[in-house]
Design a binder for this molecule. Structure first.
Ligand code: HEC
Length: 182
C-alpha cells in the first residue's frame, strides 16, 4: 500500500515536472546503490568485530597459558610480598643471588624442575654443595617451615613466574602433601 502510494506520488512528480527518463534512471540507480551500500555496511563491521573478538579471545587464552590463570596471578602478587620479606635478603630482589654465597633463582633446574624437590627446599632448607651457572654454592639454606602452605605455594609460584622463569603454579594442596611426608 505505502510503496504503491510512494511510487504513485513519484510518478506524479515525474510527470508534473517533466523530468526526462534519463534523469529518473540515474536517480533510481543511485538510490539502489545507496540502498545496497546501507545494506552491506552494518554487516561488514559486524564480521570484523567477530573476527576481532575471536583474535582477542585466542590472544587471551595464549596469554593465560603463557602467563598464569587469574587465580595464579593473585598468588604471584602475594608471593611477591613473601619473597621480599623472606627470600630477598639472600637471593636478592632480582633473584640474581650473591656469587659463591647464595645461588640465583633464574632458570635453575631447582626452580623450574620437580615441584616436590622445590617445596622440600623451602620446608627443609638445603645443605649440600650445588653448582649453578659454573659457580659452586656450599652455604646452607635454613628451612622456612614457619611459612604456611599458602605462603609457600604463593612464593614458589611467584619465583617460577618471575626473574625470566616460566613454570606452572604451585598450589597449597601440593605443599600440604609434601609437608605431610616430612
Ligand atoms: C639465609 C639465606 C637464604 C634464605 C632466607 C633463602 N635462601 Fe634459598 N638458598 C640459600 C642458599 C645458601 C642456597 C644454596 C644451598 C646449598 O647449596 O645447599 C639456597 C638454595 C635455594 C634454591 C635451590 C638452588 C637454586 O638457586 O635454584 C632455591 C629454589 C631457593 N633457595 C629458594 C628460596 C626461596 C623461595 C626462599 C624464600 C622462601 C629462600 N630460598 C630463602 C639461601 C637462602
Amino acid at each position: 500500500m505505502i510503496t504503491k502510494e510512494i511510487f504513485g506520488e513519484l510518478f506524479i512528480i515525474v510527470k508534473n515536472k517533466k523530468i526526462r527518463m534519463k534523469k529518473v534512471i540515474i536517480t533510481l540507480t543511485l538510490s539502489i546503490v545507496v540502498v545496497i551500500l546501507l545494506w552491506a555496511q552494518p554487516k561488514k563491521p559486524l564480521a570484523t568485530q567477530q573476527k576481532k573478538s575471536t583474535t582477542t579471545q585466542t590472544k587471551k587464552s595464549t596469554a593465560v597459558q603463557a602467563k598464569a590463570p587469574a587465580g595464579a596471578q593473585a598468588s604471584i602478587e602475594r608471593g611477591r610480598q613473601t619473597y621480599s620479606q623472606v627470600c630477598a635478603a639472600c637471593h636478592q630482589k632480582d633473584g640474581g643471588g650473591v656469587p659463591r654465597l647464595n645461588p640465583p633463582l633464574i632458570k635453575t633446574e631447582y626452580v623450574l624442575g620437580d615441584k616436590t624437590r622445590l617445596i622440600n627446599i623451602i620446608l627443609k632448607g638445603l645443605n649440600q654443595p650445588i653448582e649453578i651457572d659454573d659457580e659452586e654454592y656450599t652455604n646452607p639454606m635454613p628451612p622456612q617451615q614457619q611459612l604456611t602452605d599458602q605462603q609457600i605455594a604463593d612464593v614458589l609460584t611467584f619465583v617460577r613466574n618471575n626473574f625470566g622463569n616460566k613454570a606452572s603454579a604451585v598450589t597449597p594442596a601440593e605443599v600440604k602433601v609434601v609437608r605431610a611426608k616430612t
